[in-house]
Design a protein around this ligand. Sequence first.
Ligand code: PLP
Length: 322
Amino acid sequence: MREAVAADIALRTGAAVSPERILIVPGGKATMFIAILMLGAPGMEILYPDPGFPIYRSMIDFTGAIPVPIALREERGFAISAEEILGRITPRTRLIILNSPANPTGGTTLRAEIETLVTGLQAHPQVAVLSDEIYDRIVYDGVEHVSLMAFEALRDRLILLNGWSKTYAMTGWRIGYAVWPPALYDAARKLAVNAWSCVNAPTQFAALAALAGPQDAVDDMVTAFAARRQAIVAALNALPNVSCRMPGGAFYAFANISATGFTAKALAAALLEEAGVAAIAGPDFGPQGEGYLRLSYANSLDNIECAIARIGMFLKMARKPA
Ligand code: PLP
C-alpha cells in the first residue's frame, strides 16, 4: 500500500518519497488530528485558514495552542497571501496549516505564492507545515495544483495530507495517507498504532485497487463536476442580491449573500426549514465566513437546478429581516 502511494506521489509531484515515511490512516481527518495533537501546546501558535475546514480550529483549541487565523478574502479569489502568512510568524509559531484546493471556498493557491512562502520559511526553521491537499485532483480550467511535496526545501518539516475520500469518492471507506518528515514519523506512527492499529485490510485493498487501476473514473467525475460548477455558479449569480466567484477547485460554491439582508446562519436555517435546501453558513468555517453560504455541487445537475430555483423562490418571497 505504502509503495503504491509513494509511486503515485512520484508520478504527480516528481518527489521521491520513501514508503517508510508514509502512514496509512483512517481518513484525512486522522492526519490533522495527529499533526495538531503533536505540535499544539499551550503557548504555541498555529496558523490556519479562516474560513477553513472546522477541524483545524477545533483541534488547535483542544491542544490549548493559540489559534492564529489567516483570513482568506474573496477579492483574492480566497487564495492565501504568502506575505501575510510570513508576517504572522513569531518565535512561538509551531505549525502552519494550508489547504488548496480549499474547503469551503474552492480557492486555489498560485505557484508564485507558494514559492514566496517556501523561500520565506527558510528563515523560520522551527515552523512545520501541514499541507491538506485532499482535493488535489479536483481542479478546473487548467488550474495547476502545486503540491508542497515538490519543494525539497520543506521536506524536513512538511506533513502532506491526502487520501481517497474526494478523488475516488470513498468518503465512507475511511482511508487516507500522510507523508511525514523523518523527525516526526515515529511519534506519528506511535499515536496511530496506539489509537487504531491500522486501517482494516478490505479497505486497504479497495484503496490500492483505486490507486493502481485505470483513472478514467476520476477524469469522468471531474468533467461532471466542471459542468455542475458552471451551472451552479451561473444560477447563483442570477439570484437577487447573490454573487458567486468561479471556484478553481474542490466541489463547493461559496456564495456571497451579504446583500440579501440575512446573516449567513439565519439564511441557512431558513433555506433548510422553508425551502428544503441544505447549505452551510460561512461562519461555521470561521468568522471570516460571515456573509457567505457554502453549497456543495457533489450532487446531480437536476438537484442543483432545483435547489437554486428554490433558493430564488425563497429570496423573492422572504421579507428581509429588520
Ligand atoms: N480536508 C478537507 C479540506 C476536507 O474538506 C475534508 C473532508 O471534507 C477532509 C480533509 C477529510 O476527509 P476524510 O473524509 O478523508 O477524513
